[in-house]
Design a protein around this ligand. Structure first.
Ligand code: MN
Length: 286
């Protein structure tokens, strides 16, 4: 049985103890089982308080982040790669301490618009960094997922096919593909083909609309996605991701290009999305 989650930025733009408690409480109230916590600055986040709130509300966690140009593990500069690996190690530590089962995101490169293609050397550095992260994660019962994102947000993994190939190079068994409908809508031949390409390496799914607002009000083929997920028997997390200028994270909003107001009422958005996903999975035969 797959579990439904949502990204914390539906509720809050930061992770102070108060924001943490609010986001986890509202996630439970909206009927979700999992919250995805952005761990962009994991060193300054309170794992004890987070875990306490998760336990109180019976909510599971996943953690995600995008690296920056200063912490890019696909860089050719060893000092930058080293800073990236330190950031990933801190994120893994936070994830393990809050009991998260998966650490994901654009953790294999910077989350940015590159001005040139990935280099062979940069790719090797990234594969090696993800291998070391995955080996450390295995000892702490955390899976690693790599989120394929569109060409304006990385130059390394834009498709499911590229991500599967990369994971084969990494060669550690707790590394999975993370697909996101918002990005797939731009880069993949179809929702179905992308899911089939991942096969049993699929470990995490983001559902997001083409404009990242209310599900069902854009141009993403959700029927194709849900049918393929049901057909392949996918049983990992499905997390709803949506961003509006109504909730601002000093770091993430600018990384993601959140310039527009697509909603104001996070609770209405979240409840509508849960209903949409449950109906979609049901119609697909789940
Ligand atoms: Mn995503």
């Amino acid at each position: 049985m797959t579990i439904l989650g949502l990204h914390a930025m539906v509720w809050v733009g930061g992770w102070s103890p108060e924001q943490c408690r609010q986001a986890i409480r509202l996630t439970a109230e909206a009927g979700y089982q999992l919250i995805e916590i952005p761990a962009l600055e994991p060193e300054s986040m309170d794992a004890v308080e987070t875990r306490r709130a998760l336990d109180e509300h019976g909510i599971q966690a996943s953690c995600s982040l995008g690296l920056t140009t200063g912490t890019d593990v696909s860089s050719a500069d060893p000092a930058i790669v080293e800073r990236g690996e330190a950031r990933l190690a801190a994120a893994l530590n936070f994830a393990a301490n809050v009991g998260a089962r998966v650490l994901t995101g654009v953790i294999y490169s910077a989350l940015t618009k590159y001005g040139q293609p990935a280099t062979p050397e940069g790719r090797r550095n990234s594969v090696a960094a993800i291998r070391r992260l995955a080996e450390a994660a295995r000892g702490r019962n955390v899976a690693i997922a790599l989120e394929a994102v569109n060409r304006y947000e990385t130059n390394l993994l834009n498709t499911a096919e590229q991500t599967v190939e990369f994971i084969e190079e990494v060669g550690v068994d707790n590394v999975y593909v993370h697909i996101d409908t918002y990005h797939m809508h731009i880069e993949e031949p179809s929702m179905r083909e992308a899911v089939m390409t991942c096969s049993d390496r699929l470990g995490y799914v983001h559902v997001g609309e083409s404009h990242r607002g209310y599900l069902g009000t854009g141009s993403v083929d959700f029927d194709g996605l849900f049918e393929a997920l049901v057909e392949t028997g996918y049983d990992g997390p499905i997390a709803f991701e949506s961003f509006s200028s109504a909730v601002v994270s000093p770091l993430l909003s600018n990384q993601l290009g959140v310039w527009r107001n697509l909603w104001d009422d996070g609770m209405d958005l979240a409840v509508t999305a849960r209903d949409f996903i449950e109906k979609g999975l049901g119609a697909a035969g789940a």
